[in-house]
Design a binder for this molecule. Structure first.
Ligand code: 13P
Length: 253
């Protein structure tokens, strides 16, 4: 059985009030009613508050796990503005998102930097949510699998598969309202699964594969029902507690 995961990526949004609202919302539900783990990745200044509020919830309630949106490839030193993976771990983070298309395009992060960050994160015992995905032009030119496989190959050399989640996020579906159809998403996930199994026969099959890109409460269930889709990485719809909760509940056991 693969682990199911629904992860909120707040990007540069949210505040302390939203942290409390989210934890409150999930604390009313019993963990037994969820077939998925729930992770929230707020901006870094809110990580400690999210961790503290989540810890304060009842034991049988849904325990919201904490993730970061980025980390440094460095462990310490004169790198003003950077945050080391070990520091994230100390604030209660279990996950870190790396390779998001916004980091790749807006902050010029290339495959080699992403590979270094991945190693640093896993060394600090974080589970890496590695994002891959093609642009619209790449899809239209039938290069989707080639692009996604190249991104995986570049980042995963020497990676620890037991601390790894892959998020397939087609760039054309992020924040656009255009979701990949369940069939389109499944087709790419199946290729990713095969590729990971080639890299590691036993562990590749167990890596959770998430879909991201305009997932909403009304399309989540059919996406999550696909054979190789183990949950989602949610942007806009994770900023509203009721909608995010509904997406989490769309994962069926
Ligand atoms: P949206 O859900 O807003 O399309 O964003 C997806 C995403 O980029 C999550 O990392």
């Amino acid at each position: 059985m693969r682990q199911s995961l629904v992860i909120a990526n707040w990007k540069l949004n949210g505040d302390l009030n939203l942290v409390s609202q989210m934890v409150q919302c999930f604390s009313q539900d019993s963990a037994a009613d969820y077939a998925t783990d729930v992770v929230i990745c707020p901006p870094a200044p809110y990580l400690s508050a999210l961790h503290a509020e989540s810890l304060a919830c009842a034991e049988d309630a849904v325990n919201v796990k904490v993730g970061a949106q980025n980390c440094s490839e460095y462990t310490q030193g004169a790198y003003t503005g950077e945050i080391a993976a070990s520091m994230l771990r100390e604030t209660g983070c279990e996950y870190v998102i790396l390779g998001h298309s916004e980091r790749r395009t807006l902050f010029s992060e290339d495959d080699s930097l992403i590979a270094k960050k991945l190693k640093a994160a896993q060394q600090a015992e974080l589970t890496v949510v590695l994002c891959v995905g093609e642009s619209l032009t790449e899809r239209e030119n039938n290069h989707t699998i080639e692009v996604v496989t190249a991104q995986l190959a570049a980042a995963l050399d020497g990676a620890d598969f037991s601390r790894l989640v892959i998020a397939y996020e087609p760039v054309w579906a992020i924040g656009t309202g255009k979701t990949a159809s369940p069939q389109q998403a499944q087709a790419v996930h199946q290729e990713i699964r095969q590729y990971l199994s080639q890299l590691s026969k036993d562990k590749g099959a167990k890596v959770p594969l998430l879909y991201g890109g305009s997932v909403k409460a009304d399309n989540a269930e059919v996406l999550f029902a696909q054979t190789d889709i183990d949950g989602g990485l949610i942007g806009g719809a994770s900023l509203e507690a009721d909608q995010f909760r509904a997406i989490c509940r769309a994962v069926k056991g």
